[in-house]
Design a protein around this ligand. Structure first.
Ligand code: ADP
Ligand code: GN1
Ligand code: MG
Length: 367
């Protein structure tokens, strides 16, 4: 992207004062994120500017309708609870013509948020209290949105956590083998194929309405939560692109996949990768507390399955992307998506073995 385009985009939003700095920011796999600093007579202000990934989010206008709707709703709830709306929810900056997004001259979509100051996003659990806090926040997020009119939400990525559909796409990627990479990853491919029946477990319960459809976040990684530097409390759930109707157990599961792992998502030394049951327990406690009694018995029973499913699905997506030439998840080195797939499969195997303990832990906190 040219500096000219960035100038055009920045000039189109209602930012105050003079821009001092604009730098790429964060470790997201999807959007292009920039941190902007503006100087005014009253002080300096920072903002997040994001170019939305149009090849992944093919209907950016609908996506922004979801985000405006959900952040507006959260704002109302936070005010009712006496909270601080400037820090506890994302706040969009409007464009000069009053819109929540800008379409640039190359037809790319952009949005901007106030930067949440004095708070941090963690890529790995450094302090277990952060993980506990993120659990309470993701649970609470679900509770705040429990009576949101879910039918008004657009499905920003169709079949996002439809695991059987992901499996079909995976098989297609193996068959097409457009990069000629399948031969070297036969073991990983077999790992996925041996588990086809697993892919149906949660979707079947969803389709038969035994598990309720809720407004869920669908990307509950630890680094999608901002933790207040002063209080250590999780203050804000961010990255709302995938807020859609979905399963609570998947929100729980995606957090375990990412945060209860003993290693980074792309760790190459697989001996370092396992599911830490202590972290799992901490998250389980926080999530059940945060949900405040809204989870049904079957949802509680299926929490450990959510962890296996999200980890398996994510591994399958990473491997499919590797086979297809890394067009979906951003990579910073060759083979990164394969490494990511391998860590996920190592975690799945470990979770399968630890399933009995994972169930006992849910039992301990469910009342
Ligand atoms: P992606 O979908 O690419 O992961 P995110 O919306 O999660 O994009 O943003 C990427 C990173 O930018 C986050 O992990 C966080 O560090 C930072 N970030 C995003 N929004 C804000 C905000 N309003 N205030 C402070 N930091 C933010
Ligand atoms: C992507 O946007 P980000 O980096 O928080 C992905 C998630 C994956 C995750 C794996 C829209 O999340 O589904 O679980 O990478 N988001 C999308 O780290 O596909
Ligand atoms: Mg993110």
């Amino acid at each position: 992207m040219t500096g000219g385009i960035l100038q055009e985009v920045i000039g189109s939003f209602q930012f105050p004062g003079t821009m001092m700095d604009c730098i790429p920011y964060g470790h997201g796999h999807i959007n292009d994120t920039y941190l902007l600093t503006f100087h005014t007579e009253g002080g300096d202000y920072r903002f997040i500017l994001q170019r939305m990934n149009k090849s992944i989010f093919t209907k950016p206008v609908e996506l922004m309708e979801n985000i405006s709707g959900v952040t507006g709703w959260l704002r109302k709830k936070i005010l009712e609870n006496g909270g601080d709306v400037t820090r506890e929810t994302l706040n969009l900056i409007k464009t000069k013509d009053g819109k929540p997004y800008y379409v640039d001259s190359e037809d790319e979509y952009w949005r901007a948020y106030y930067f949440i100051e004095n708070a941090t996003c963690f890529d790995m659990v450094e302090d277990e209290n952060d993980f506990y806090q993120s659990a309470v926040a993701f649970g609470h997020f679900q509770r705040l949105l429990a009576d949101y009119p879910a039918e008004t939400l657009h499905e920003t990525i169709v079949n996002f956590h439809n695991t059987p559909d992901r499996f079909k796409n995976f098989q297609a990627a193996v068959k097409a083998d457009v990069c000629g990479r399948a031969a070297e990853v036969q073991e990983e491919i077999r790992f996925v194929q041996e588990r086809e029946s697993l892919t149906h477990v949660l979707c079947d319960l969803q389709n038969s309405r035994k598990l309720p459809l809720r407004v869920t976040h669908n990307d509950t990684k630890l680094n999608n939560i901002m933790i207040d530097d002063a209080t250590g409390k999780a203050i804000c759930v961010i990255d709302l692109d995938t807020v859609m109707p979905g399963l609570s157990v998947n929100d729980f599961g995606d957090s375990i996949r990412f945060g209860a792992s003993t290693a980074q998502e792309d760790e190459r030394d697989l001996s370092k990768v396992s599911c830490d049951l202590h972290l799992y327990e901490i998250y389980t406690k926080g999530f059940i507390e945060g949900c405040g009694g809204v989870l049904t018995d079957l949802e509680l029973e299926m929490l450990p399955m959510g962890a296996v499913m999200m980890t398996f699905e994510c591994g399958m997506r990473f491997l499919a992307d590797y086979l297809e030439g890394d067009h979906y998840f951003k990579i910073h080195r060759d083979g990164q998506n394969l490494d990511r797939a391998r860590t996920q499969f190592k975690l799945v195997k470990d979770m399968e073995e630890k399933m009995p303990q994972m169930k006992v832990i849910v039992e301990k906190y469910k009342n």
